[in-house]
Design a protein around this ligand. Sequence first.
Ligand code: CTP
Ligand code: MG
Length: 168
Amino acid sequence: MADVLQIIALAIWSIFPAYVANAAPVVLGGGRPIDGGKKLSDGRPIFGPGKTIRGFIAGLVAGTVFAVLQGVALGFLGNYLLRGFLLSLGALTGDLLGSFIKRRVNLERGAPAPVMDQLGFVVVALLFASPALYLSWEVILTILILTLPIHLATNILGHKLKLKDKPW
Ligand code: CTP
Ligand code: MG
């Protein structure tokens, strides 16, 4: 039991900068879209208007700063700056990749893509951070399992707080 709790705590602690990077654009994003409103030859937006430059930068900064604060809280910065940056960059890139795929299959901005919406950013965050963040397969599996309900719950909360249009 103690082992399981330890794995859960390590999972949440390790992935949290990616959560911050994913959530910050909801509050701080807006303005010019990353794709500049451009469309591909299929006539659909590259990423769509929900992916903005300000959101991307805000997510990158917020996730990285959060990781540095984790290091400060530990009293040992170690590679928290690097892993925070990579987790955040990965989270935002994964989110963009998800939107790119959604636009290719004709899903409008904000339309739900179950599982990809919840896990896409986490998978890419873990891949990007892998050179700086070693995690056992148990911890990675725990991150994947826990992120589904955590993401759903925080998005419902964000919707109730009127931060998000859609509750997913
Ligand atoms: N957001 C942003 N910039 C980003 C990512 C997100 O400004 N790089 C903001 C947008 O206001 C977006 C909101 O965060 O609407 C929620 O993000 P998300 O659910 O990922 O986007 P959707 O609007 O659902 O668009 P998509 O269908 O492309 O996922
Ligand atoms: Mg969405």
